[in-house]
Design a protein around this ligand. Structure first.
Ligand SMILES: *Cc1c(COP(=O)(O)O)cnc(C)c1O
Length: 355
């Protein structure tokens, strides 16, 4: 793996693995965690010797700043195993770059590249049994950083903890979802931190999403905070529309998260000769396309579900259904991407990284 240079990690192995107690055929997403976790503290202006220790609760001071001011960023990535038992990551460099981009925006110190990749590599080797082969099985990896400094004074902390925890996952299919287009609420604003994978972006989403659920929708399609006329993201995923045979997705900005799945789908679509437009998308355009029958598909794109088809959307009190297509772009691109992730297809982009 890239930059996995030898570098000291203090390893304390668990004496009692939990793995035999886990039913790998009935996993709820994000509920079960592997035997070990990676921990690295930032104190006195530098990242200390990283540790891998048995997975377990943390002891933090109640005044730790993360609890009060939400100074926290995270990543979401996956490890995959092929039929020969080899383990792969998908574009992990992108996750590393992004967590530091998110960190910078929240005034969190940059995490060193060798620590990240060496820690990840060592953790995945230790807990390799938890990565099950089989198309759709994976290990969801959650790197995150929190402000641990005990103090409720409102400024950035000078003590942090960087951690990586891992959770075995199965093929994630939530069923086709219905989404509600936001007319009042926003997840991010100009000059804000919508582009960062920050805990606070999620906290602010739950209430509008809860209201949408009460109306029978599972997710919110976020629109621009100024006019609510342009589409930005779907729930916690980037969003694609297919009008006739053209795929459309919004350009990234400081309000939109630069998703790795999104940019991989764009690259795949370009390579395979699909029409793909990256441009601002008006809500009215999608409503018109739904009315005149040219709106063929909507799908979300993100690491957890890869591609998540949308079957209906609500806007200004009206409900629009999208017909189920047999050969959808959503299923085509989901398979194309997963074939690369699981080492079932040639990877001409060099996205797959062996652990
Ligand atoms: C993580 C995330 C995505 C998807 O990014 P991927 O890199 O594809 O997993 C999209 N939108 C938001 C808000 C996210 O937090």
């Amino acid at each position: 793996m890239r930059n996995a240079v030898p570098q000291e990690i203090k390893i304390t192995k668990t004496t009692t693995s939990k793995i035999t107690k886990v039913d790998f055929k009935n996993l709820n997403f994000g509920k079960v965690f592997t035997d070990h976790m990676f921990v690295c503290d930032y104190v006195n202006g530098s990242w200390q010797t990283p540790k891998i220790i048995p997975y377990g609760p943390l002891t933090l001071d109640p005044s730790a700043r993360v609890f009060h001011y939400g100074q926290a960023v995270f990543e979401g990535m996956k490890a995959y195993k092929d039929d020969r038992g080899d383990t792969f990551l998908f574009r992990p460099d992108e996750n590393f770059i992004r967590i530091n981009k998110s960190a910078e925006r929240l005034a969190i110190p940059e995490f060193p590249e060798e620590y990240f990749f060496n820690g990840l590599n060592t953790l995945l080797t230790l807990d390799n049994e938890w990565i099950k082969p089989g198309f759709g099985n994976s290990l969801y990896i959650r790197p995150f950083v929190i402000a641990t400094q005990p103090s409720v004074s409102a400024s950035e902390a000078d003590e942090y903890r960087f951690m990586i925890i891992c959770s075995p996952a199965q093929s994630y299919y939530s069923g086709d979802v219905s989404v509600l287009v936001a007319e009042k609420f926003s997840r991010s604003a100009n000059g804000g931190f919508g582009y960062a994978k920050a805990a606070g972006n999620y906290a602010g989403q739950f209430y509008p999403t809860k209201l949408a659920k009460e109306q029978g929708y599972q997710q919110v399609i976020w629109t621009d905070s100024n006019t609510h006329q342009y589409i930005e993201e779907a729930g916690t995923m980037n969003v694609f529309f297919r009008i006739n045979d053209t795929l459309i997705t919004a350009p990234t900005s400081d309000r939109i998260l630069d998703g790795i799945t999104r940019k991989s789908l764009i690259a795949l679509a370009e390579k395979q000769g699909y029409n793909i437009d990256v441009r601002p998308i008006k809500v009215s355009e999608i409503v018109d396309a739904a009315k005149n029958g040219s709106l063929k598909e909507i799908f979300g794109a993100g690491t957890a579900a890869v591609v998540s088809p949308v079957k209906a959307f609500g806007y200004q009190g009206a409900h629009y259904e999208i017909e189920n297509l047999e050969n959808s772009y959503a299923s085509h691109f989901k398979k194309a991407l997963m074939d690369i992730q699981y080492n079932k297809a040639e990877d001409s982009f060099g996205w797959r990284v062996k652990v």
